[in-house]
Design a protein around this ligand. Structure first.
Ligand SMILES: [Zn+2]
Length: 400
């Protein structure tokens, strides 16, 4: 069977650049492409030709006229390829199938618990992929690739999840996830940190579009961070995503899982919130939550805080204030245009989000000079990691 993916590899750098512009704009005219690329019209026509020949773009209508004939609008052909995007987080795994416009065709999610070892997780995902291809009658060669946004640390090149902490199942140690998928399917597999894929999705297609410095924070079991500075993802040696969470905010503070003292995660993660709440109740503090102490989870606390339970409110404000202080340090260092706060704690608590923003806005030394915008959950909310994983696949094809 003809490998349609080969068509991508046949494109030269200029055709790929034009395709990139068309994908990011949604719909654009030749004049708009000429303005960006500074090409001559004849050159542009030459590089557009293979994109039409390979059925990657199509004429989707006419744009506004600036005098003469209305110009043709070009857009990506949405069904030219499809991409799978996977989000492996500590509490759930999500898989989506998207078309080339990054519209979600289908989405499946399952809980991660003691039973979801790497083998079981990949088996479940493999079943979903096979069923989806069958249900939507999509041949393998129309899958451009599979992107995975996962908890780090990872070896991105080799496609290995190294030793992530706080997975409920045992076995998540040096998992060669890329090769495990490539054994089952013949399309290429890419991996990155979930927070990096999330920030990529928001940068290319979401609230960060048009901005060169954006940051994404996912506040959950841990605090995961993805940063784009001057249009480039900031990477560390181990492709870790938890450096911000282990920023020391109090040198004499609580003992952290990393062995250090006073890290942000000791105060502002889901675990910290439930641990501090439990400790206060054990000391005799009163709460309106009527549940056995061991059954109380972060959602009970965030809900009670919104309902004016004073202990819950105090715990949430305390956790968010420390997060806000960490954001102050981050803003002072990297001066982002926009900070996206997302993840379970943000989703379930407006008080947590509002307090983070209030503290971060009132204490950073840029205040008054350049404004930092805050955004709750970005354009893609809980889908950001998986959509970004799919965007990573296209980016790879366009950059090689
Ligand atoms: Zn730490």
């Amino acid at each position: 069977m003809k490998d349609l993916r080969m068509n991508f590899n046949k494109l030269n750098a200029d055709s790929k650049r034009i395709l990139d512009i068309i994908i990011k704009s949604g719909a654009t005219t030749k004049n708009e492409i000429l303005k960006i690329t500074k090409m001559k019209l004849t050159t542009l026509n030459r590089f557009l030709e293979p994109l039409e020949e390979f059925d990657l773009i199509e004429q989707i209508g006419v744009g506004e006229s600036s005098g003469g004939r209305k110009p043709t609008l070009y857009g990506i052909k949405e069904d030219s390829f499809y991409i799978f995007g996977i989000d492996i987080s500590r509490t759930y795994t999500q898989i989506i199938l998207v078309n080339m416009k990054m519209n979600i065709i289908c989405k499946e999610r399952f809980i991660m618990d003691e039973s979801t070892s790497p083998e079981i997780t990949i088996q479940k995902l493999t079943e979903v992929i096979s069923k989806t291809l069958n249900d939507f009658d999509i041949p393998h060669n129309k899958i451009l690739g599979l992107g995975i946004g996962t908890v780090g640390p990872i070896d991105r090149e080799k496609g290995i999840i190294k030793n992530p902490v706080n997975f409920e199942s045992i076995g998540w140690l040096n998992v060669p996830i890329k090769s495990m998928f490539e054994e089952n399917f013949d399309f290429p597999v890419f991996i990155d940190n979930g927070s990096n894929t999330a920030v990529l999705a928001e940068y290319i297609l979401g609230v960060g579009k048009g901005m060169n410095n954006i940051a994404y924070f996912n506040c959950g079991i841990g605090i995961r961070t993805g940063t784009i500075t001057s249009g480039v993802i900031i990477r560390s040696i181990n492709d870790g995503e938890d450096a911000f969470g282990h920023m020391v905010i109090d040198v004499d503070g609580d003992l952290c899982s990393c062995g250090n003292y006073g890290c942000i995660e000791c105060y502002s993660s889901i675990k910290a919130v439930t641990r501090k709440f439990t400790a206060e109740v054990k000391k005799g503090r009163i709460t309106k939550i009527h549940k056995a102490l061991h059954e109380i989870n972060y959602k009970d606390i965030t809900k009670a805080a919104e309902e004016k339970d004073s202990l819950s409110k105090e715990i949430i404000i305390g956790a968010a204030s420390i997060m806000g202080a960490g954001l102050v340090n981050y803003i002072n260092l990297l001066n982002p245009n926009i900070i996206i706060l997302s993840g379970p704690l943000i989703k379930s608590s407006s008080l947590f989000y509002d307090t983070c923003v209030k503290v971060a806005n009132s204490k950073n030394f840029l205040r008054g000079n350049s404004q930092v915008f805050f955004n709750k959950e970005g354009s893609f909310g809980e889908d950001a990691i998986s959509i970004g994983a799919a965007v990573m696949v296209i980016n790879d094809f366009l950059s090689t």
